[in-house]
Write a protein that binds this ligand. Structure first.
Ligand code: GLU
Length: 448
């Protein structure tokens, strides 16, 4: 499909030509380009100053070798990435993903989305992302530590509390951040807590950071439901994934009176009509690092479907919290047919362009990841604030800040969509609101 705006289509063709094979990046770039046409009409200076052409090109991309030894002494070589995408609003900020699917195109799609997500939080953070094609699955603690140390041995020279602040993403949680932080401290001889977020509570981490992405996504859906004079109370929900985002999405949905009946991992899904037993999922996934299929060993009435498609389970609220492109056009159509009224994305870009069209055409409440899952990075910015003032806030206070931020993001997206003639379309609202904020700062900074 060719874009309506000829100039934007030319820019997109250029993106394809200059970034061959990076399909996820093409997808993320296209979605934003398709939204920003009306902005250029309102702000001709953005076109004159070539803001789109500049925003789409990362400020800096770092690719490096990560050699490490496994427990048997065998040598392995992985590839490390850090894409410092945009620093108009603050130091580069965004997570690290350790997963075998990682290559430059994945990191660029994530980094690009991060720019607009971070802008939407209203906090002073630019956009970046990094990671490695390292597979943490089945590795011992020592192997993870050696890998993280090797990764940081190269990365440390590019990061800092005022330059670039990495955090977690898929495959990178508290354990990995701890090893990365230890190695950074050793290499620099500096106790610079603000260089990483998602730290442990004993050494500068923030309360609520662990829960933040899932809680935030749930707050966002709650806001979308409120607009429709509805709530989570009594709603049947499906949350894909069973990692950090999924776990705390389930927790908050249950607190708000909803019932989550299914969650998953990359092998299959579990279905529990009585409602997912979250303590059991936490035990299996957070403490014992096991697979979700083991759930049925402890809950005999539940069902595990190996290789099954979780979106075939009828639900009123769906919260994809696993990975990119996990909902295609067919899945979206099935969800709508089965009575789904709201979708909130805990993962980054979990719905394909075809799936998004299905949700928008059905008129359901659809909260795209860059708005709905911004609570994680927003709470990272709160962790940076606490580090900068050598303070630590209570759980209640931090959660209140998070809830407020999500409310504001929702309102900004809702109002922006309406202003630009797309009422109820949070994709347009999020893309335009995030874009305008970054673009204005870029114009102010001159041609750099
Ligand atoms: N990886 C998360 C995201 O996709 C959080 C990044 C952060 O806290 O910096 O937004």
């Amino acid at each position: 499909m060719v874009m309506k705006d000829e100039k934007l289509e030319t820019i997109y063709q250029d993106v394809l030509r200059r970034n061959p094979g990076e399909v996820e990046f093409h997808q993320a770039a296209r979605e934003v380009l398709e939204s920003v046409g009306p902005v250029l009409a309102k702000y001709p200076e953005f076109r004159e100053r070539k803001i789109i052409e500049r925003i789409i090109e990362p400020e800096r991309q770092i690719i490096f070798r990560v050699p490490w030894q496994d427990d048997k002494g065998e040598v392995h070589v992985n590839r490390g990435f850090r894409v410092q995408y945009n620093s108009a609003l603050g130091p580069y900020k965004g997570g690290l993903r350790f997963h075998p699917s990682v290559y430059l195109g994945i990191i660029k799609f994530l980094g690009f989305e991060q720019i607009f997500k971070n802008a939407l939080t209203g906090l002073p953070i630019g956009g970046g992302k990094g990671g490695s094609d390292f597979d943490p699955k089945g590795k011992s603690d020592d192997e993870i530590m050696r890998f993280c140390q090797s990764f940081m041995t190269e990365l440390w020279r590019y990061i800092g509390e005022h330059t670039d602040v990495p955090a977690g993403d898929i495959g990178v949680g508290g354990r990995e951040i701890g090893y990365l932080y230890g190695q950074f401290k050793r290499l620099t001889s500096r106790y610079e807590a603000g260089v990483l977020t998602g730290k442990g509570l004993d050494y500068g981490g923030s309360l609520v950071r662990t829960e933040a992405t899932g809680y935030g996504a749930t707050f966002f859906v709650e806001e979308m439901l409120k607009v429709r004079k509805d709530s989570f109370d009594g709603k049947r929900c499906v949350v894909s994934g069973s990692g950090n985002v999924a776990i705390y999405t389930v927790e908050k949905i249950h607190q708000l009176g909803g019932k989550v009946v299914a969650c998953s991992d990359s092998n299959g899904y579990i279905f529990d009509e009585k409602g997912i037993d979250l303590e059991l999922v936490k035990q299996l996934k957070e403490r014992e690092r096991r697979r979700i299929k083991d759930y049925v060993e402890y809950r005999k009435h539940a069902r595990y479907v190996d290789g099954g498609n979780i979106w075939e389970i009828p639900c009123q609220v769906a919260m994809p919290s696993a990975t990119q492109n996990e909902i295609n056009g067919k899945d979206a159509a099935l969800l709508v047919k089965n009575g789904c009224i709201a979708v909130g994305e805990g993962a980054n870009m979990p719905t394909t362009p075809e799936g998004i069209q299905v949700f928008l055409q059905a008129g359901i409440a659809y909260g795209p990841g860059k708005a709905a899952n911004a609570g994680g990075v927003a709470t990272s910015a709160l962790e940076m604030q606490q580090n900068a003032s050598r303070d630590s806030w209570t759980f209640e206070y931090t959660e209140k800040r998070l809830a407020n931020i999500m409310k504001n993001i929702h309102q900004t997206c809702f109002e922006t969509a309406e202003e630009f003639g797309a009422k109820g379309n949070y994709v347009v609202g999020a893309n335009i609101a995030g874009f305008i904020k970054v673009a204005k700062a870029m114009v102010a900074h001159g041609l750099i």
